[in-house]
Design a protein around this ligand. Structure first.
Ligand code: FAD
Length: 283
């Protein structure tokens, strides 16, 4: 447990002030116990996976921030895997691919945890996590732990019915038998495309806005002239307009100001309300 821990160390944007307390549970039971105690004591609790879809506030966060990165137990079955929420999705994809198991090729370049990927229904290249899930074990707000089968969960574009309702502890995925060489080369190709199109050399949080139906947020942002523009240390990437990069000392207020300006410009020119994909955690 750490007190006054800098939040900027807990997210890919490298932004955020001090957290009152940060705790890295070693087991899912441990996480549930801390949650139940905090609930009783009315202490606010925040959950972070790999922080790759989060904007964390300059003012910091009160209460307890729980980070799932130590929850990494994994058990491989026959074209199935049972894995804890803190495991890296991209690593899981790579390890499944090396076994010649197909299904998560799209996920090789997504830098989040398994738990974060479930609640975001992370996806790319026309595929999404939802299609590989068998079951999810989660902790509900009242402190109960339940295992839900795939049919009991709802998924849509970057949406899962568990989001904001429960914390994912463990997930069971299934795979199809495939050709190892082909799977690995598909993943390499996906990574190469990302390197070419995304500003991976600077801290960022992936896509800022959801793509509106039938369109792309990047295209709209470029069309209103915001590509490459900055507020403070936050800059709309000149490689991909739906990414905001931290050029060194970005603050959350810089990112929020950029997002507001973009939303206003796109609304004015196209009548489209861009919806954020990144989540802003604030007290
Ligand atoms: C370079 C880059 C590329 C990216 N590319 C893609 C992409 O192609 N496709 C895509 O979908 N996303 C992409 N992302 C966004 C991000 O990686 C995904 O949304 C990822 O699933 C987030 O996982 P995380 O562990 O980082 O979640 P966090 O950012 O830590 O958290 C996001 C939300 O999930 C919640 N959460 C985290 N863990 C759990 C849990 N165990 N149970 C319940 N809630 C939880 C948090 O409380 C928060 O509300 C990209 C990000 C970056 C930086």
């Amino acid at each position: 447990m750490e007190k006054n821990y800098p939040l900027h160390l807990l997210n890919t944007w490298r932004i955020g002030g001090p957290a009152e307390t940060v705790y890295w549970p070693e087991t899912t039971k441990d996480l549930a116990i801390v949650w139940q105690r905090a609930l009783k004591a009315e202490i606010p609790v925040w959950l972070i996976g790999r922080g790759s879809n989060l904007l964390l506030p300059d003012e910091g966060l009160p209460g307890i921030v729980l980070v799932t990165s130590s929850l990494r137990a994994i058990q491989w079955g026959d074209h199935t895997v049972q894995v804890e929420a803190g495991y890296m999705l991209a690593r899981l994809a790579q390890e499944a691919g090396e076994r010649g198991w197909s299904g998560l090729e799209f996920a090789r370049g997504i830098p989040g945890s398994v738990g974060g990927a479930i609640v975001m229904n992370a996806g790319a290249h026309g595929s999404e996590v939802a299609s590989q899930i068998m079951s999810v074990t989660a902790l509900w707000a009242d402190g109960t732990v339940k295992k839900l089968e795939r049919a009991e969960l709802e998924f849509a574009y970057r949406f899962c019915s568990l989001r904001g309702q429960a914390w994912v502890l463990e997930v069971q995925f299934n795979f199809s038998p495939g050709d190892r060489k082909q799977i690995l080369s598909q993943m390499t190709e996906n990574l190469t495309k990302r390197k070419a199109n995304q500003p991976l050399e600077k801290p960022n949080a992936g896509s800022i806005f959801r793509n509106p139906p039938g369109d792309s947020a990047g295209r709209l942002i470029e069309a209103v002239g915001w590509k490459g523009r900055s507020v403070g240390g936050a800059q709309v990437s000149d490689k991909h307009a739906n990414f905001i990069v931290n050029t060194g000392n970005a603050k959350s207020r810089d990112v929020l100001a950029l997002m507001d300006a973009i939303q206003e410009a796109v609304q004015l020119k196209f009548g489209v309300t861009l919806q954020p994909e990144v989540e802003y955690l604030q007290k």
